[in-house]
Design a binder for this molecule. Structure first.
Ligand code: GLN
Length: 506
């Protein structure tokens, strides 16, 4: 019944089709459908929740779609699962299929079967469309109505890319907004928990419920910082608008940045049209649209793949068949043989490629040229965003938290360049979903290029949301009108305003 291989394990297979479809029928299959926010409160209603298989649950195994974690049963629940399922909250329908440990962009690097995009005309894997990755199973579960909402993780685009390919809404909050307690790490300095739904209106209340301080995750933003950043932001808004009230944002007061570096030659015309369409709508509503420059964008992808692989290599070192993971080969004191056989058979090709890449870039002869350079590029990518975004990054201007300082010293005019904007609007991916068979022909580098528009916000830790925008262009000679994903990016910890802006656009 799981035609699209969206799940690795399910709570009750019959629940997925029957209840899931009933739920989705109630909501309407059209992704533009937008029920009133009030009707979507989690309390008092059972919502079907799909959980990516790298997020720990006590009911079902947590395998990260890896051979090395087959049968692994977590003794505890991830914080985000606890939050969403407590009392009369969500009901978990299953654990979703993904790229092994989150490594990939098409959900094909799975120990289980490859995920198939629900928009495919066929279920034949060669002709079917990519669902995007690595949280492809979560995106498809929502797309085909097997779940109301789904949890994914986004390290370099793994929520936004599958959301774009499947025509769903995918939100990656600021780094540290949602606790990662119980989320199996891929690259700790980049990992975030993200959310899927048919619309921003579906995703926003789920995110709000999940976003809570949590001492068990040291990178999770504390309540003191949340409060301070809120008051800083509201003062900055008042000052920017020169009004006495921090009242609700009006679209006509917004300045939207269009990063010129994202208008690349390889951009699919359908995606470009959708991008223009969104900008036109914003303009009609009174927003000011200005070009901005994010010159480090072109280096972000290489920096990301160096940093992510280095952190992944270190995270995966613990799967040695002794303490963690399934064991292959000779048992007990077999030393190196146990280690190499277990890891050789347990990890798939992509995970092994990242382990090798990470080991090399951290080695003494290469670290200066790769890992350290990549960290510098990361800093510059962050600086690019800080320069063009109107409001300052609350973590990078810690001294501003001194309230007595606020009025005069907010460095609004310290920012270089004329175009300071509220949000950035750009495509989520350069193309519409490719066919799986074409992806399989790509070299690893080629498929890494898919992430070119999503990794910059990840490196900078910024909140970013991908919304589906219908295109007029028919996909690949078929009758399908594929939606394109358009990404809205905001300043660090500006998640709530960003979501409200996205809600206004729906
Ligand atoms: N495609 C990217 C990678 O393979 C991003 C994955 C992710 O966000 N988990 O690293």
């Amino acid at each position: 019944t799981d035609y699209f291989n969206a799940f690795i394990s399910t709570t009750d297979p019959s629940a997925i089709t029957r209840d899931g479809l009933r739920e989705s029928n109630k909501l309407g299959a059209d992704y533009r459908f937008r029920p009133a926010l009030g009707a979507l409160r989690l309390k008092g209603r059972l919502k079907l929740l799909a959980v990516k298989d790298n997020i720990s649950t006590t009911q079902l195994p947590t395998t990260c779609a890896s051979g090395i974690l087959q049968g692994y049963q977590s003794p505890f629940e991830a914080h985000v699962v606890e939050r969403l399922c407590d009392n009369d909250g969500c009901l978990i329908v299953g654990k979703t299929n993904m790229d092994e440990f989150g490594m990939g962009s098409h959900s094909l690097n799975s120990f289980s079967s490859p995920v198939i995009n629900g928009s495919s005309l066929t279920r034949d894997t060669t002709q079917a469309l990519s669902a995007g990755g690595s949280s492809g199973g979560s995106a498809v579960a929502v797309q085909v109505g097997q779940a109301f909402t789904a949890l994914g993780t986004d390290t370099g685009g793994s929520v936004r890319l599958p959301a774009a390919y499947t025509g769903q809404c995918g939100f990656k909050p600021s780094y540290g907004r949602v606790s990662r307690w119980g989320v199996i790490p891929y690259a700790n300095s980049l990992d975030t928990v993200g959310f899927f739904g048919r619309s921003v209106a579906d995703v926003y209340p789920v995110y709000r419920k999940a976003s809570m301080p949590d001492d068990r995750d040291p990178s999770c933003i504390s309540s003191a910082t949340r409060i301070r950043s809120l008051s800083l932001r509201s003062r900055q808004r008042k000052k920017a608008r020169n009004t006495k009230t921090g009242a609700k944002e009006d679209l006509s007061e917004l300045k939207i940045g269009v990063p010129v570096e994202y208008n690349i030659e390889e951009l699919d015309p359908a995606v470009r049209t959708a991008w223009k369409k969104v900008l036109e709508i914003l303009k009609e509503q009174g927003c000011k649209i200005v070009p901005v420059s994010l010159p480090m964008t072109k280096h972000a992808l290489s920096a990301y793949y160096v940093i992510a692989a280095a952190e992944a290599m270190s995270n995966l070192a613990k799967y040695d068949g002794v303490r963690y993971g399934s064991r292959t080969g000779p048992s007990d004191n077999a030393g190196d043989v146990l280690y190499s056989e277990t890891r050789g058979q347990g990890f798939g090709n992509e995970a092994r490629r990242r382990i090798l890449l990470g080991s090399y870039t951290l080695s003494s002869e290469a670290i200066d040229n790769y890992f350290l350079k990549a960290q510098k590029v990361r800093r510059l990518v962050q600086r690019d965003f800080d320069r063009v975004l109107k409001f300052s990054n609350p973590l990078r201007n810690e001294q501003q938290f001194d309230i007595s300082d606020l009025d005069e010293s907010i460095p609004m005019d310290n920012k270089l360049g004329p175009s300071q904007v509220d949000y950035i609007v750009c495509p989520t991916a350069p193309t519409l979903p490719p066919k799986i068979q074409d992806v399989l022909k790509q070299t690893p580098i080629h498929s890494y290029m898919n992430d070119v528009f999503t990794v910059p916000a990840s490196l900078a830790g910024l909140p970013a949301i991908s919304i589906p925008v219908p295109t007029d262009i028919k996909y690949d000679g078929s009758d399908l009108h594929m939606p394109a994903g358009i990404q809205l990016i905001g300043q660090y910890l500006d998640d709530n305003s960003l979501c409200k802006f996205a809600l206004d656009l729906e």
